[in-house]
Design a protein around this ligand. Structure first.
Ligand code: HAM
Length: 435
């Protein structure tokens, strides 16, 4: 048997979680006025080297890169931001008079990481990017968007970790301070950190191996090196979050694992009890130079991405179940004539927004009733020769045990009436008169 590749998974029983997440993603994105964008799963390798950063683990150790038959270097996208920025530049989306230009996306990302709970090699992200606004308020809106999405999923037990790296001047001042702190003792840290010290010392702060090393723990923090302007930006992000009653905690060690960030960075975490060590369900922040670095006009930007698998694990751990997939009617057809009548009725019902199903395996009546139970049908209708001759049938409500008689031609209206009992269906979103 050929089995799935390490770090990948099939979505079978969890499809309801995925669909609930997608539904809430669409609803909340509309509330915040973000438009969907879809970009390719593979891009030129160079995009990620220039975009995500040569010194990041993602680019150095985790990309799926291949040469195609035309001798081009391709990389499966390890994250969504670089591709969206490329699309923003290539499609001249900056010319859109609606500003800032706000996009969301979802789909598979690929990282060659060591698989474990909440960590896959092919995983899904829901991400968002806002282009063209340098204001702290859009950073706060991005965080509000992420938190509102979590609320829609009923995942309330989360913490927003917030920090600021500042702009170019703050980052330069901080890098010098960090260099001075590390340079004499750098040999005490892991081999990767020694390389990071040469290329990008900031990365040392989020090294998983040396996370608890005293040299790392006592390192200066970016927040202490913010220029006045950058400090004001950070304060305004916090004031905006407070105005929206979004709680957060300032985490001075938060630096994020990608090179493009400036100013605000954040992560949303659920408790380790729910998710274990991979408890960051969302990461994001401001990136004011990426559009320009990738050849576009200078454009400030801010965004986030959720890890969808981690959301599902967190929902399960918090006993949140997906919205059930409801079957309104199961038709039990007895005989060839009844089968045709059933098919005709099902088509009518489905066009009118009522979900229905029947038996396609020629089961006897007992077997068909069993199916209606397996499929959790709300109503069961039996159609046989007698029903066809008398042009009436019985509609059995499996919830209440009650039975209602209706003519074949009025069966649809009767089911709609039973389902809606007023204007809106108590059992689903079906609106009265949807036919
Ligand atoms: P990231 O922190 O690398 O940021 O990923 C965002 C989220 O994707 C993580 O918080 C995590 O939930 C999920 N994730 C990452 N790697 C894996 C994995 N191997 N398996 C399962 N889930 C994973 C970004 O990707 C940035 N592009 C976010 C962003 C958008 N920043 C600005 N705009």
């Amino acid at each position: 048997m050929i089995t799935k590749m390490k770090g990948t998974y099939d979505v079978t029983d969890d499809i309801g979680y995925l669909q609930t997440i997608e539904k809430k993603m669409l609803t909340v994105s509309k509330l915040f006025q973000y438009k969907e964008i879809r970009t390719p799963h593979f891009e030129a390798t160079e995009l990620f080297h220039r975009g995500v950063g040569e010194t990041t683990d993602i680019v150095n150790k985790e990309t799926y890169t291949f040469t195609d038959r035309g001798n081009r270097q391709n990389t499966l996208r390890p994250e969504g931001t670089a591709g969206v920025v490329r699309a923003y530049i290539e499609n001249k989306l900056h010319a859109d008079p609606v500003t800032p230009q706000k996009y969301f996306y979802q789909g598979s990302m690929f990282r060659y990481e060591r698989p474990q709970k909440g960590r896959f090699r092919e995983f899904r992200q829901f991400g968002a990017e806002a282009f063209g606004a340098s204001s702290p308020e859009i950073d706060a809106e991005i965080i509000a968007y992420a938190v509102t999405f979590l609320r829609a999923l009923k995942l309330n037990d989360v913490t927003v970790h917030l920090n600021s790296l500042g702009g170019k001047d703050s980052k330069t001042a901080y890098h010098s301070a960090l260099n001075a702190h590390l340079k004499d003792d750098i040999a005490a840290l892991c081999q990767d950190c020694q390389t990071r010290f040469q290329d990008n010392p900031l990365r040392i702060l989020d090294c998983k191996v040396d996370a608890k090393h005293p040299l790392v723990n006592s390192a200066p923090k970016p927040i202490a090196y913010l220029t006045d302007e950058d400090r004001t930006h950070f304060e305004r992000v916090q004031a905006a979050l407070k105005a929206m009653q979004i709680s957060y905690t300032v985490d001075e060690n938060l630096v994020r694992g990608l090179d493009y960030y400036t100013h605000t960075v954040f992560e949303i975490k659920v408790s380790e009890a729910l998710l274990g060590r991979q408890n960051a369900i969302c990461g994001g922040g401001r990136y004011n130079h990426l559009v320009e670095t990738l050849g576009g006009p200078p454009t400030p930007a801010s965004g986030f991405a959720f890890g969808i698998e981690r959301l599902i694990v967190a929902m399960k751990a918090a006993n949140i179940t997906p919205e059930p997939d409801r079957l309104h009617v199961f038709f039990i057809a007895l005989g060839d004539q009844a089968k045709l009548a059933t098919l005709a009725m099902m088509q009518r019902f489905r066009l009118g927004g009522i979900t229905c199903n029947t038996d396609f395996l020629d089961k006897n009546i007992k077997g068909q009733f069993k199916q209606s139970e397996h499929q959790h049908a709300r109503f069961v209708m039996v159609i046989g020769d007698a029903e066809i001759a008398e042009k009436t049938l019985e509609i059995k409500d499996q919830h209440t045990g009650e039975t209602v008689k209706a003519s074949l031609s009025k069966a649809y209206d009767t089911v709609v009436k039973l389902l809606t009992k007023g204007d809106v269906c108590e059992d689903c979103d079906h609106q009265k008169g949807a036919a």
